[in-house]
Design a protein around this ligand. Structure first.
Ligand SMILES: [Zn+2]
Ligand SMILES: [Zn+2]
Length: 824
């Protein structure tokens, strides 16, 4: 070796660069390859069990640039959690002690997996172009994808994420696709679902009645286009998508939308819509920049948008009334697979795209189950032969105070991990089982929270089976081995029962967490509130949760940190007549409130002429009165959700029957008269008092005067929108009053941070009023963003409480006790 080359060699550095996070299956290595070529870096990149590993040779300055570029120019779907660099030590064995002369992508054997499962992503602009360009070999191919887009979690059977462990394993790539797959410079390098017309999945149409489909009259193009013709003709088409079946129909055709509701046996709950492009959505809704960003994101969620006052109001383009009855908002999404894009290409009107199921059951995912379960609902089926392995509902979010807030975290968002706040670096691996309704579960691993997609209401047997299946898939995929299990305190939640059994079988420690404490901890973790940051005042408002005193809670003010809580205030406990049934018959709550506040005789004496009284008298009141007297099946609950139900039903909203939990409250919010809300004097807001239970117990929110004012307004035939506004204003004021009372001593705020959680806080009006007032008074207010305020966020709260109680074992006032089985 000449002395010249030796000098050059001395200037060369060699680094090991370790990248952790969601870095596999997202085009990370080709991107590193491209950057290395640009900067003249030599060496190699590979995937292993911990993420991506790079060994790089170059001068110091370029290596630094290289690391910067890796972090700044990462592929769209990658999520880097950490980049670690170190000098490459020892012999450079790979290259026989010499320096590499090129940069290569090294293929490796699978190791134990600690990298993340990627989430499904909306079609990228390049693939969209491929699908619509007549010069592309993927022209009008409904399953076009690349490393930047396409199905992921929905097709994964096990990890590591490789074609053989997905439902694409049954399709053998053609030579052209294989070439793309093998070429490190190609956008489809190692794109596991890579496919084309020649080798990939195919779509076809079937009639629900089994007769042959006559296509000539429908489309000159293809079957997906024919589906558009069917929808335009007023048919209901079941469409197999990426994470499940949808039912599609023309959203401007009242007859077909009403028919869909009747056949699906779903009343009340709004249907989601899909439109070809933004300009169509803007005919109906206001779309802010932030909302547009969300619609266009790779998550492609349903975004809840404000309706335009004077949007397309006239037929034939007005949205059918049955799409979102009694709502001021519409849930819109943009097409997120080539199949959807192709189907909507010719459509100038929005379509309904609602989950393909019968009320309360999970969305169908297989052709067989769809054909058997949806045959009575759909007229036609648009099917394909790529198996959906994991059911994924559409994610739903709303932009609140210019920030996206998840209402349902599913397709596109799950299972992207959420980093834990400071102080949780040494969190144990835990499994948190979640709640009963809107269930998700959570795996804690490497100080990250991996939250499952929205699974649903476990009361349904199929949903419960799905829950168990998903649990196993996640555990296997993430190679998760828990050292403890965390459940809700509720004795009857199926998730709690399963967790208890599992802990017993595996002889693992078990912790039972109070429902509202979990809500508040979830909100703290969602806001990256450090483990040492001290307690917050948690305001947890929801329907129902099991209280630590064995009664039902649902309107709680908790002094809380990650390991303990103290109940400082609550709502007035009122009977749930018939227990569970009170959730679905809002008027029962009105009756219970009236009985608790004034009794029937006093009510009737003052308000006999009300239409509400006539309604009550058509009901078996004597039976209810004796239930209340004897205390049988009338558990007390301090529930804010049920107070909303009671008020809504009194006003005449959703009085007789609610088809889902919280419907009355949602419809009450929708009718609020904004002018009254913003401009009417505060004094007309319905007045709550804040006395103490039994004179010296907990302070509680007492609605006696609200009922007097509200019934008085009913007597005066006051407009429902005005009453709804006055109720929201009064309630917000009362909650703020309670917070001030609990957090102030001698006119000084001693507790500055307030966390708002629980399903009631999906009410944007109430949340806005409270946040504005509290921030004005100098409080710091935490609200939800990444996980829902409803029970979908519960598992995260359970997990962090379980972890904190482990980390801070010796803390004096921890409320969490780990039950171990070894001695029992
Ligand atoms: Zn793509
Ligand atoms: Zn092919």
């Amino acid at each position: 070796m000449s002395s010249q080359t030796r000098t050059e060699k001395n200037k060369l550095s060699a680094w090991t660069i370790r990248v952790r996070g969601t870095v596999q299956g997202v085009g990370f290595r080709p991107n590193v390859f491209r950057l290395a070529k640009e900067l003249g870096i030599k060496g190699h990149v590979l995937n292993d069990g911990e993420g991506v590993l790079i060994e790089a040779w170059c001068d110091e300055a370029n290596l630094k640039k290289f690391v910067e570029a890796i972090s700044e120019q990462s592929p769209k779907l990658a999520h880097i959690e950490k980049i670690e660099t170190s000098a490459l030590s020892g012999q450079w064995q790979t290259y026989g002690n010499g320096e590499p002369t090129d940069f290569v992508i090294t293929l490796t054997e699978a190791n134990p997996v600690t990298t993340n499962i990627p989430s499904d992503a909306a079609t990228c602009p390049e693939c969209l172009e491929d699908s619509f360009s007549p010069f592309s070999r993927r022209f009008r191919y409904p399953f076009t994808n690349c490393t930047n887009c396409g199905p992921r979690l929905s097709i994964i059977k096990s990890m590591p994420y490789d074609r053989v462990s997905t439902s694409m394993s049954s399709f053998k790539m053609c030579a052209d696709c294989q070439k793309e797959y093998d070429d490190p410079c190609d956008r489809r390098f190692h794109a596991q679902p890579n496919a084309c017309h020649a080798c990939g999945p195919k779509a076809w149409i079937e009639r629900a009645d089994g007769h042959a489909v006559c296509l000539e009259s429908m489309s000159q193009l293809d079957l997906v286009d024919a589906a558009a013709t069917l929808i335009q003709r007023g048919e209901i088409v079941a469409v197999k998508g990426i994470g499940g079946f949808h039912l599609a129909c023309d959203a401007t055709n009242e007859d077909v939308v009403a028919k869909l509701r009747a056949r699906k046996n779903r009343y009340g709950k709004p249907f989601a819509l899909m439109a070809r492009d933004l300009s169509i959505i803007e005919e109906y809704c206001q779309v802010s920049e932030k909302e547009l960003e969300q619609l266009n994101s790779h998550v492609a969620p349903i975004v809840v948008l404000e309706r335009k006052e004077n949007g397309s109001a006239d037929p034939p383009t007005a949205i059918a009334a049955s799409v979102a009855p009694a709502q001021k908002t519409l849930g819109f999404m943009l097409p997120y697979t080539p199949l959807h894009h192709l189907m909507l290409k010719r459509m100038k009107k929005p379509i309904v795209l609602t989950s393909g199921n019968i009320s309360h059951e999970p969305q169908c995912i297989s052709n067989e189950s769809a054909k058997s379960q949806l045959a009575q609902i759909a007229d036609y089926f648009l099917l394909h032969d790529r198996e959906i392995v994991n059911r994924l509902d559409d994610s739903v979010l709303r932009v609140v105070r210019n920030e996206p807030v998840y209402l349902r975290r599913a397709r596109g968002a799950a299972p992207t991990p959420i980093p834990l706040p400071p102080g949780f670096e040494n969190a144990p691996n835990l499994l948190a089982m979640g709640g009963e309704l809107k269930n998700t579960f959570c795996l804690l691993q490497d100080s990250k929270a991996i939250i499952s997609q929205h699974i649903g209401d476990l009361e349904d047997a199929r949903t419960y089976a799905d829950y168990q299946r998903n649990l196993e898939l996640y555990k296997q995929s993430f190679q998760h081995c828990e050292s403890g299990i965390v459940v809700d305190l509720h004795p009857e939640y199926l998730s709690s029962k399963l967790g208890r059994t599992r802990a017993l079988d595996l002889e693992l420690p078990l912790a039972e967490i109070q429902h509202h404490h979990a809500h508040i901890a979830s909100c703290m973790a969602d806001n990256n509130h450090s483990i040492d940051a001290g307690p917050v005042l948690g305001v947890a408002l929801d329907g129902l949760g099991f209280g630590s005193d064995g009664t039902f809670w649902g309107g709680e003010f908790l002094l809380a940190d990650y390991t303990s809580f103290e109940r400082l205030g609550t709502f007035k406990p009122v009977a749930l007549i018939g227990g569970h049934q009170a959730m679905y018959e809002p008027w029962r709550n009105t009756y219970a409130h009236i009985m608790a506040e004034m009794g029937w005789a006093a009510y009737k004496m003052n308000f006999e002429e009300l239409e509400l009284t006539t309604f009550f008298e058509s009901k078996p009141l004597p039976a209810f009165a004796s239930m209340l007297k004897s205390g049988v099946n009338v558990p007390l609950a301090s529930s804010c959700g049920r107070l909303f139900d009671a008020v809504a039903a009194a006003i005449g909203i959703c009085r007789e029957h609610a088809s889902y939990e919280g419907q009355a409250a949602i419809e009450l919010e929708a009718i609020v008269n904004t002018d009254v809300l913003l401009n009417e004097t505060e004094a007309l807001g319905y007045p709550f008092a804040v006395p103490r239970l039994g004179g010296k117990g907990l302070p509680y929110i007492e609605p006696l005067a609200v009922w007097q004012a509200l019934l008085g307004d009913l007597y005066l035939n006051t407009d429902a929108g005005i009453m709804a506004a006055r109720f929201h204003k009064g309630l917000a004021k009362a909650i703020v009053h309670m917070v001030q009372k609990l957090c102030t001593r001698n006119e000084e705020i001693w507790l500055k941070t307030v966390a708002l959680s629980g399903g009631v806080f999906q009410n944007k009006i109430l949340q806005d009023l409270i946040v504005d007032k509290l921030t004005g008074l100098g409080f710091e207010v935490l609200t939800h963003h990444q996980v829902p305020a409803n029970d979908g966020g519960l598992a995260l709260g359970q997990a962090v409480i379980g972890a904190a109680s482990h980390i801070q074992k010796n803390k004096e006032r921890s409320h969490v006790s780990w039950h171990t089985w070894s001695n029992s």
